[in-house]
Design a protein around this ligand. Structure first.
Ligand SMILES: C=C(O[C@@H]1C=C(C(=O)O)C=C[C@H]1O)C(=O)O
Length: 363
């Protein structure tokens, strides 16, 4: 007399079937991978083939012995196709030059002795939003260099929301920024906005900045990739981390691997800050790439009273430096009046952030 199998017996049978399914599904995946490689070899632009999937689903529907309804069988196989396609596409994906798969160890930039990234002390990049006059630049550089700041910023070409706003001093600003930085033993970083200006900016600046609004300007990214100067790449205010890293990839793909990523806040529904500082993007960029990552607290906040906590938070998640705007007289500045720090404000900022940013003078 045959006994009714117990639940345990039936489960043992299911376990065996699972193993068979696993073997079959893995064998199927291996065949799919071969198809994927053949497609790549043939130069087919896409792996997805909906007509082929449709034919399989129709055949499976006809062969379906039950008890699963056709829709269930289709859903299960559609999931297998989706996973197979992902496998094919992942095999095709080239590891990015910015990624840690290609270079595991941190990139440490050494720009005339100023080291950025890795285990180095966080750097401070500071200076006015716009270069306005010799006096303004001279006072700012003297003040900042006395506090150990080695990188002076200042915009000569200003991307303004209104075409009628102050557009910057142009080449005169570049010459002025370079001279003042040299006089105080500092590096000069300034934004380049146009492919036609890359050569002249590279002639005067030690670091070329790509602004948030130009992060998607691929022609400009390629051009600075050929410029043989370190690049400070700001994240676009609506760019995903992936888009930001691809922008950096444009620069590296031209042979320039001296890129500093800069998170400067993204646009959200929040109104009480100018942007929203995306700290997870900083942590993520540090994890996924080997490049130094700095944080522009000024643009992230758009207000002075949040700079200390944001800078502390940025350093806590691994930022390699802080970017902050400093102006001798923010009230009379030609741009960004609301957010630049005056000298007393910078000293208070430095004291507030504490030891991490207290670089010894000249150090
Ligand atoms: C394996 C292929 O590539 C993809 C995956 C399919 C699958 O898993 O069966 C079917 C079509 C394509 O979307 C193929 O084209 O045959």
């Amino acid at each position: 007399m045959t006994q009714t199998p117990t639940i345990e017996d039936l489960r043992a049978e299911v376990d065996l079937i699972n193993r068979e399914l696993l073997t079959l599904i893995s064998r199927r995946a291996e065949v799919v991978e071969k198809i994927g490689r053949a497609k790549t070899a043939e130069g087919r632009p896409q792996h997805y083939d909906p007509a082929r999937e449709e034919r399989q689903l129709r055949e499976l529907e006809q062969l379906n012995p039950g008890p699963f309804p056709a829709a269930t069988i289709k859903a299960i196989f559609k999931e297998i196709f989706r996973a197979s396609l992902a496998l094919e596409e992942s095999n095709d994906k080239k590891a990015l030059l910015v990624s840690r798969q290609v270079k595991a160890e941190d990139t440490v930039l050494d720009i005339d002795g100023v080291r950025i990234g890795g285990q180095e002390r966080p750097v401070v990049i500071a200076g006015p939003c716009s270069i306005e006059s010799p006096e303004q630049m001279e006072q700012t550089a003297a003040f900042l260099s006395a506090r150990g700041v080695r990188i002076l910023r200042g915009g000569a070409y200003k991307p303004r929301t209104s075409p009628y706003g102050f557009q910057g001093m142009g080449v005169d600003g570049l010459i002025l920024g370079q001279r003042v930085a040299r006089d105080h033993g500092m590096l000069f970083v300034t934004e380049v906005m146009d492919t036609r200006d890359v050569d002249v900016v590279a002639e005067h600046a030690d670091i070329l900045q790509i602004g948030a609004r130009n992060m998607h300007n691929f022609a400009l990214l390629r051009e600075v990739g050929r410029a043989r100067r370190p690049v400070l790449l700001k994240r676009g205010f609506a760019a995903t981390v992936e888009e930001w890293l691809y922008a950096a990839e444009y620069v590296l793909s031209e042979g320039n691997d001296e890129v500093i990523l800069c998170e400067r806040g993204i646009r959200t529904f929040e109104k009480w800050t100018r942007n929203t500082l995306d700290l997870s993007a900083v942590a993520l960029a540090k994890q996924m790439t080997h490049l130094p990552v700095i944080v522009d607290v000024t643009h992230a906040a758009g207000r002075r009273d949040l700079l200390v906590p944001l800078a502390k938070a940025a350093l806590a998640v691994g930022a390699d430096g802080i970017h902050v705007e400093v102006h001798p007289s923010p009230a009379t500045a030609l741009s960004d009046n609301e957010q630049q720090l005056d000298f007393a404000g910078y000293d208070a900022f430095l004291a507030g952030v504490g030891a991490a940013l207290n670089v010894p003078a000249g150090g």
